[in-house]
Design a protein around this ligand. Structure first.
Ligand SMILES: Cc1ncc(COP(=O)(O)O)c(C=O)c1O
Length: 436
């Protein structure tokens, strides 16, 4: 197996850096373990092609949106048709209502929806809604969960060591970047995940001030970490009991884990839920969904491009594709093949590999095998260095995995051949890394 030559990518990066901050469109596109990111010319299905002409099997999938793979024809067709009619009107269209109605049929918590353009925005809006509806201001969020890059969202999203997180019953609130207001976390209560006892204690002491609990239903941004049996149900029960709203951030899980999101998968219905990424097959789009009386509590979703017709056309076409029979079964099948393959490799190389799959998400990490319960345990057990090296080497042989948290994105375009090639490549890389 030969390593790819990526000299042109290096040149593109050096050139882009001159006039473009960080040399990339989003800081997340920066190479984490390599000297420069691979520069892409095009994508098709499960594959990306770089400026040096190399082909990659991709599991980054634009960090989630490309659930139908790159250039899905039904979405492209719907968008092409919309381009001929106009891209932006600042006025309602019939399709806007069609999409809204469809979403209320698909998402259990959606009696009404409103639209934004990104995951960061939908979370911001959900927090405002919760505060407006309850008249309270504090929000409970959990260590290791990322909800976007706004001042209030980027708190305690990561750490290098569990000790940085402080005492578990009163965790540190970590502010992550220069320029974030020091008061950003004032209205946040940060807790470890999967711990109903600690949550109830917090409610007993502060329920009168807490507007909402904000959580990913599966902690996709760390690990990922699965909810313990009964945890989501417990969140639902306790929030109801103490008059606090439950917000699910389904920016990653939405449309991926199942058509109705993780709330449908686990049969736990939050008061508000937010979606972005995969909803529009690769176009910027965000959805806030909730109970009618919450959605109509007197605040308004502003934004020049909200509900833009191109995004609406893409979302309608995406959902139509996802509603076809067999879509999620196929994603499960691909995930299962990967999981089985990596378990065999774990045995062959005597490694601890954590692998799970749910819908269009495949989980892969090193250093542990059994589920961990929260971000602290993950930090203690995860072999970050091994994962980093593995991702770096896989890319050199043409398989692109997500850097950091071990959450790999599948698409409906991934094939059995892709999975086989991925596992053969992983076999070579693990052989190199373990010297066997
Ligand atoms: C769970 C979650 N919420 C919110 C966001 C923010 O979404 P966006 O990058 O579209 O602003 C992300 C982004 O990765 C996310 O993973």
């Amino acid at each position: 197996m030969k390593k790819y030559i990526t000299q042109r990518s290096r040149e593109v990066y050096e050139k882009n850096k001159k006039y473009l901050t960080d040399g990339v469109g989003s800081y997340f596109h920066k190479a984490v373990y390599q000297e420069y990111p691979i520069a892409i010319t095009r994508g098709k299905g499960s594959k990306l092609y770089d400026v040096d002409g190399n082909e990659y099997i991709d599991y980054v999938m634009g960090f989630g949106p490309m659930l139908l793979g790159y250039c899905p024809e039904p979405v492209n067709k719907a968008v092409r048709e919309q381009l001929e009619k106009g891209t932006h009107f600042s006025a309602p269209t019939e399709d806007l209502g069609r999409l809204a109605e469809k979403l209320t049929q698909i998402i259990p918590s959606a009696e009404q929806v409103c639209f934004q353009n990104s995951g960061t925005e939908v979370v911001m809006y959900a927090l405002r809604l919760a505060r407006a509806y309850t008249g309270k201001y504090k929000i409970v969020k959990f260590e290791g969960q990322y909800h976007g890059w706004s001042d209030e969202e980027k708190i305690s999203i990561t750490a290098k060591k569990a000790e940085e997180l402080g005492d578990r019953s009163c965790p540190n609130k970590i502010i992550h970047t220069k320029g974030q207001r020091l008061s950003s976390a004032d209205d946040l209560i940060v807790l470890p995940w999967n711990d109903l006892g600690l949550l109830e204690k917090t409610f007993q002491e502060q329920a009168g001030e807490i507007a909402a609990v904000l959580t990913e239903p599966i902690m996709c941004d760390s690990g990922p970490i699965l909810p313990l049996p009964g945890y989501l149900e417990g969140l639902r029960r306790l929030t109801k009991q103490y008059g606090i709203l439950l917000i699910f951030d389904e920016v990653i899980t939405g449309f991926r884990v199942s058509l109705g999101g993780a709330q449908d998968y686990y049969h736990v219905t939050p008061d508000i839920s937010v979606f972005a990424k995969a909803v529009a097959g690769g176009y910027p789009f965000g959805v806030v969904a909730g109970k009618r009386e919450i959605m109509e509590c007197g605040i308004h979703a502003a934004g020049t491009f909200n509900g833009n017709p191109v995004g609406v056309a893409a979302a309608l076409a995406t959902i139509e594709e996802l509603q076809k029979p067999g879509v999620y079964e196929r994603l499960e099948e691909m995930g299962e093949l990967l999981q089985r393959g990596f378990r065999k490799l774990a045995e062959k190389y005597g490694l601890k590999i954590y692998t799970r799959h749910f819908g269009g998400i495949f989980v892969l990490y090193f250093g542990y095998e059994d589920d961990v319960e929260d971000f602290r345990e993950w930090l203690q057990k995860a072999d970050v260095g091994f994962y980093e090296e593995f991702v770096k080497r896989m890319e050199e042989y043409g398989v692109r995995l997500t850097d950091e948290r071990g959450r790999e994105y599948l698409s409906t375009a991934h094939t059995r051949e892709d999975i086989e090639r991925t596992l053969v490549t992983a076999d070579v890389v693990l052989g190199e890394m373990t010297g066997r």
